[in-house]
Design a protein around this ligand. Structure first.
Ligand SMILES: [Cu+2]
Length: 394
């Protein structure tokens, strides 16, 4: 789910027009989620997203756990972002808010300057405004047991990210070597399995705003004249549509070298990333939104049709984040933990129906009924998952 918030860019590098179309035919009726317990001391910050405005009930607040209640009062699907002051780094986001729905976003925010953005239609840079968090001076009451469990969970997820990036770097090098050497058969064989390491940790990669589009941009989402790099350019060359002019050997070498360099850059940057419980909880939901808007619709891999590998990887990443937060959730909301267990299991069981060998069937082999069944299980998991952060943090 690349997000490229730089001015002048095409915004998300995944085609959102298609996502909106697909959402119209699939039962992706993501339910309105309002967490009653989220109405903390000062109450949530209300955000109204219309077709041409993004109105917050306040432009400034005090540090601590913030709850944004985003109501979509327009007629297009919308998104809301809290960005760092540079407008590049994503602090937290909530996607896929249908017209008439309200979704809550809980984020632990220290004092500082931020940028908010609504993205009606999920296109472009969004409607942006400055937002300021002032020092409250109050340390939230800390339950040492909860804090220890939370620290353990975030440390475990950091180890997971480290392990996945190591496998991603090694796999990308192998893929790039085969691809640059013109060994298309080997490159095709490595493509989907290697990308799984990327898709598992995509929200972490996304927090470095520039790397996600460089590595994962899809052709449909490029701005005119924007250079196309990353996995999907190689995908088109390896699984070419009729009439496609293959890349030349020097073009392949250049693309392969860039892919390796950007992946190594990503791995290096993840070494210093700081994870918190809200980032894990929101990241899990973002991964599932990725599935709902890109993978279940077959848009991510339009030439290779290996969408189910990405689907599985996004679900893996979301499940690991949930499991790392599970001991905290057990203390705070055991019913939600039980519900999430059951819904992850149901989705995983259905996905397993489509396994073939070490991988999966191709997306274009799925029947419309099979796609709808997967979509409704994603939907069923998305609802309780959207309550994970507030349950753990507040
Ligand atoms: Cu992606």
């Amino acid at each position: 789910m690349p997000f490229s918030p730089q001015p002048g860019s095409a915004g998300r590098s995944h085609s959102r027009y298609l996502a909106v179309l697909a959402a119209a035919v699939l039962p992706l009726t993501l339910a309105a989620c309002t967490d009653n317990n989220a109405a903390a001391a000062s109450g949530p910050i209300k955000v109204s997203s219309t077709n041409d405005a993004c109105t917050l009930s306040t432009q400034t607040t005090k540090s601590g756990n913030l709850t944004f209640a985003i109501r979509n009062e327009g007629n297009q699907v919308t998104e809301f972002y809290l960005l760092a002051e540079d407008g590049l780094r994503i602090i937290a986001e909530v996607e896929n808010i249908g017209p008439g729905l309200t979704r809550n976003l809980v984020v632990t925010a220290p004092a500082g300057k931020y940028t908010t953005a609504c993205k009606p239609g999920m296109q472009g840079d969004g409607i942006r405004a400055a937002f300021e968090v002032t020092e409250s001076g109050e340390k939230p009451a800390v339950d040492t047991n909860i804090k220890a469990l939370t620290d353990k969970g975030t440390a475990q997820y950091l180890s997971y990210v480290k392990d996945q990036t190591e496998q991603l770097v090694a796999g990308t090098k192998e893929f790039a070597t085969a691809y640059a050497a013109g060994d298309a058969a080997k490159a095709r064989e490595l493509y989907a399995a290697t990308r799984m390491h990327w898709e598992r940790i995509e929200p972490v990669a996304e927090s470095f705003g520039d790397l996600d589009p460089k590595l994962d941009a899809r052709e449909a989402d490029l701005a005119p004249g924007e250079e196309w790099t990353g996995w999907h350019r190689a995908e088109k060359d390896l699984f070419p549509p009729a009439g496609f002019a293959a890349l030349t050997a020097p073009e392949r070498e250049k693309l392969a070298a860039q892919l390796v360099a950007d992946t190594e850059d990503l791995a290096a940057r993840t070494r210093t990333v700081e994870l918190t419980a809200d980032k894990l909880g929101n990241g899990a939901k973002e991964l599932l939104d990725e599935v709902a808007t890109g993978k279940v619709t077959g848009e991510e891999e339009i030439w290779s049709h290996t969408d189910l590998w990405d689907f599985q990887a996004n679900v893996d990443g979301a499940r690991i984040a949930f499991e790392n937060l599970r001991p905290v959730l057990e203390q705070k909301n055991p019913e939600l933990a039980t519900s999430l267990d059951a819904k992850f299991a149901a989705l995983q069981a259905e996905l397993k129906q489509h396994a073939r060998g070490e991988g999966f069937v191709y997306y274009n082999e799925l029947s419309q009924d099979q796609v709808q069944k997967l979509a409704s299980l994603v939907d069923a998991l998305g609802e309780p998952l959207s309550h994970l952060t507030s349950a753990v943090v507040l």
